[in-house]
Design a binder for this molecule. Structure first.
Ligand code: NAP
Ligand code: GLV
Length: 321
């Protein structure tokens, strides 16, 4: 009997062919929308392998129904959408796609730093709406990125890749991380601080930890009040790490200068959300790793993880908890 696989979005054709040569593969392919929960529930007890996206919630309710499931391969490095503890209790392997998206996500993080600091979106909109009447000394004046201080919360793969870009801009780099990384301090001249000091002294604060029970709501009004009035908060990790209501308060009352966001508590963020009406916020639709090359690599890695797991091996990107 061939093992059954469900893929919750349409994969590239050559990978579909590769998987179909080994397994009975079914895909959810409906207008590029996430698989409906009732469909996932209905199918979960019939499959051995699941290749899912960060838009799919693989919680214990679902896992309890998954009698045959052996591997859950996530097409993302973040795996907060999956109840890994309960999967492991059921001997289900959970995998992710680390490493190959690091540089692309760091590019986007740095793009958000530059875009918010130099008010790029606002400036482009002003020009197109006919508000550009003349050159003027302080028209759309933003903040300098070069020689400023960057504070990175979460010095993992992406954090380290952001450091390399920031060094090119002559930035002073502080970091706060669960584990102190002295080898990175020596290699890049970065400085370890506690969270409060990082918030108090940085011009840009970049959040790059995973979303976990420990990091959820790590940044609330209390933390935002510690930041400089001229500082900018960048979030390219997960929405739940920053309390959005508190962020709105901080932006509206000029507690901080601005924010650059790629991720939200609710995705897609509702169009009437207050964050979308604030001029000092740059908002992107979760495109951190969205280059064609990187997305292809992510699909390839997710397929590899799934295949190795289903063939009885240890996938290269097994999530360890
Ligand atoms: P990573 O290499 O695992 O780095 C995460 C870092 O966060 C690690 O250094 C870890 O510390 C640190 N950390 C974890 N919990 C912490 C805590 N409670 N306090 C302080 N630091 C903590 O992961 P990555 O590849 O850099 O990715 C980071 C996150 O970015 C992902 O989990 C994902 O949510 C997000 N992401 C978003 C996009 C996007 O499209 N916007 C794309 C890719 C990734 P240790 O060194 O002690 O483990
Ligand atoms: C994207 O958000 C990822 O975690 O890969």
């Amino acid at each position: 009997m061939r093992q059954k696989v469900l893929i919750t979005r349409k994969p590239p054709t050559y990978l579909m062919e590769q998987l179909s040569a080994k397994f009975d593969v079914e895909t959810w392919d409906f207008e590029d929308q996430p698989i409906r929960r009732d469909v996932l529930i209905q199918k979960i007890d019939k499959i051995e392998g699941l290749l899912c996206l960060l838009t799919d919630t693989i919680d214990n309710d679902l896992l309890q129904k998954s009698d045959n499931l052996k591997v859950v391969s996530n097409l993302a490095v973040g795996y907060d959408n999956i109840d890994v503890n309960n999967a492991q209790l059921r001997s289900i392997q959970v995998t992710n796609t680390p490493g190959i998206l690091t540089e692309t996500t760091a590019d986007l993080t740095f793009a958000l730093i530059l875009t918010t600091a130099r008010r790029i979106i606002e400036a482009s909109n002003e020009l197109r709406s006919g508000k550009w009447k003349t050159w003027s000394p302080f028209m759309l004046a933003g903040m300098d990125v070069h020689n400023s201080t960057l504070g990175i919360i979460g010095m993992g793969e992406i954090g380290t890749a952001v450091v390399k870009r920031a060094k090119g801009f002559g930035m002073k780099i502080l970091y706060y991380n669960r584990t102190r990384k002295k080898h990175l301090e020596e290699e890049h001249g970065i400085v370890y601080t506690n969270l409060d000091e990082l918030l108090q002294t940085s011009d840009f604060v970049s959040v790059l930890t995973p979303l976990t029970p420990e990091t959820q709501n790590m940044i609330t009004l209390n933390e935002l009040k510690m930041m400089k009035k001229t500082s900018i908060l960048i979030n390219t990790s997960r929405g739940g790490i920053i309390n959005e209501n508190d962020l709105i308060t901080a932006l509206k009352s000029e507690i901080i200068l601005g924010a650059g966001l790629d991720v939200y508590e609710q995705e897609p963020i509702p169009l009437d959300h207050q964050l979308l009406s604030l001029p000092n916020v740059v908002t992107l639709p979760h495109i951190g790793s969205a280059s064609v090359q990187t997305r292809m690599k992510m699909w390839e890695l997710a397929v590899l993880n799934l295949t190795i797991g289903l063939e009885g091996g240890t996938p290269p990107n097994l999530v360890q908890k």
